[in-house]
Design a protein around this ligand. Structure first.
Ligand code: BG6
Length: 471
């Protein structure tokens, strides 16, 4: 292995940022788009509907021009499945197909590589009606959707991501609005049956991508947080291994090696919840190989031994601790500060997570999300001072450089988010972008775009290929 002791980012490093269709586009039911599970969910109290968001559907040219001004090498966005296939399968919405041609062409005009997520939390509602991922027809529908994407955009898009945060849809689906499981006898089994079908869908689509789009690269995009044991008590270590397996490795072991993580399998067996595997399923899993690993990183997690008496925490989200009675109990990390929204901040944990993922899977890594949500304010005329975001990102980029020195093969970095958008469950006021969108939770104002301080800072970072991280 060649270690990059100079800690330099490769010359072709993909600097950029991310968004997802249902959080940024708006226009959620126009120009033929069908509803997704996000459009039919009850939005959390005090947060806006998804009909406008940042209105990128109408303002994409302006947004891409701003990303080009920052020097983006890539833009990670997702394609709304129900904008292309309003019912999830069958009839194609040509206006939707055209929209993404326009968006992709706009990126390419500035030399920005599109990095396309095929499915980001927005299953078509019509598929939810037939049972969502519990129904094997949804696997076929995803393959159909993927074939359309490869056919339409394969000549323009080199980098593909299959499913955003499948692990979070499985662990906290009801909070992010993706859960479709009703009243069933064994909910854990139902959940991991859905999960199995999603893993199969991903494997089929990775294989299809290699067949249909020669030269294209495809990978998964789970949310990975290395899990620390709260102490060196051996029982805490077992708890950390349990949660690492359930939260992280299940998804990457299957995507990369095509097998079920043994710790997870044994836990499912104990709960009579192993998924039904049909003949041929595991051959499909094994035949699919990702070219890289994309993952979202916000923070690490810390757990301790659980004696099984605590109750699950219904407020857990992508980053706030989860209690899994008998498996592990989340505790807060006394060494980590927290964001205004209670998410821990752990840049060194980012290095540790990168090292661990690379050691386990030996594939190039692109960070598909990383960032800080805050109540940014428009002030001083038309300025947004967000030193806390610069601080957060700088510390993470420094640790990513150290990970490169450690031997990790990094191919890109796409923080969340390119532009302000609607959070999964905490509204528009939880802002992540480099570009401020002038709207409040319910008052749409003029949706004007304003460059935040972090915009100018990130522009310098990209121009210096990660060398100049100063303010
Ligand atoms: C990730 C998701 O979990 O975190 C994004 O992929 C999400 O869709 C991001 O927006 C930040 O989370 P939140 O809950 O603050 O929006």
């Amino acid at each position: 292995m060649i270690h990059n002791k100079e800690r330099r980012f490769p010359n072709n490093f993909l600097w950029g940022a991310s968004t997802s269709a249902y959080q940024v586009e708006g226009a959620n039911l126009i120009d033929g788009k069908g509803p997704s599970v996000q459009d039919i969910k009850k939005v959390p109290e005090g947060t806006s509907e998804l009909d406008v968001c940042a209105d990128q559907y109408h303002k994409y040219a302006e947004d891409i021009a701003l990303m080009a001004e920052m020097g983006f090498k890539t833009y990670r966005f997702s394609i709304s499945w129900s904008r292309i296939l309003p019912k999830g399968t069958g009839e194609i919405n040509e206006k939707g197909v055209q929209y993404y041609h326009n968006l992709i062409d706009e990126c390419l005009k500035y030399g920005i590589e599109p990095l396309v997520t095929m499915y980001h939390f927005d299953l078509p509602a019509a598929l939810a009606e037939i049972g969502g991922w519990s129904n094997k027809k949804t696997i076929d529908a995803f393959v159909e959707f993927a074939s359309i994407l490869f056919y339409e955009y394969g000549s323009k898009v080199k980098y593909w991501l299959t499913i955003n945060e499948q692990n979070m849809m499985t662990l906290v689906g009801s909070l992010i609005g993706t859960s479709t499981i009703g009243d069933v006898e064994n909910p854990l089994k139902a959940l991991y049956q859905e999960n199995h079908h999603m893993l199969l869908a991903q494997a089929k689509v990775m294989k299809l991508c290699h067949e249909k789009v020669p030269g294209a690269k495809i990978g998964p995009a789970p949310n990975i947080s290395l899990v620390y044991p709260a102490t060196c008590k051996p029982e805490d270590m077992i708890a950390a291994q349990n949660f690492n397996a359930i939260r992280n490795w299940l998804y990457l072991d299957m995507a990369v090696y095509g097998y079920y993580n043994p710790i997870v399998w044994s836990w499912l067996e104990d709960n009579d919840a192993t998924p039904d595997i049909e003949p041929g399923d595991m051959d499909i899993m094994k035949a699919a190989k990702p070219d890289f690993i994309g993952f979202n990183y916000y923070s690490t997690a810390t757990v301790e031994y659980s004696d099984g008496t605590e109750t699950s925490d219904t407020k857990a989200d992508q980053q706030k601790g989860m209690a899994m009675p008998g498996i592990c109990k989340s505790v807060s990390n006394p060494y980590a500060k927290k964001t205004e929204f209670g998410w821990e901040i752990d840049p060194i944990g980012f290095r540790a997570t990168l090292r661990e993922v690379y050691s386990r899977y030996h594939l190039p890594i692109i960070i598909t999300e990383n960032g800080l949500g805050a109540y940014d304010k428009l002030e001083d005329g038309d300025k947004v001072h967000d030193p806390y975001r610069i601080f957060y990102l700088r510390n993470h980029i420094e640790q990513m450089k150290l990970a490169i020195e450690d031997g990790v093969d990094m191919m890109g970095y796409c923080p969340w988010s390119a532009i302000d958008l609607v959070s999964t469950h905490e509204g528009v006021v939880k802002r992540y972008g480099f570009i401020y969108v002038n709207r409040d939770e319910f008052d749409l104002k003029d949706l004007r775009r304003v460059r935040k301080d972090s915009f100018y800072w990130y522009k310098k970072v990209i121009a210096s290929n990660g060398e100049d991280l100063a303010d």
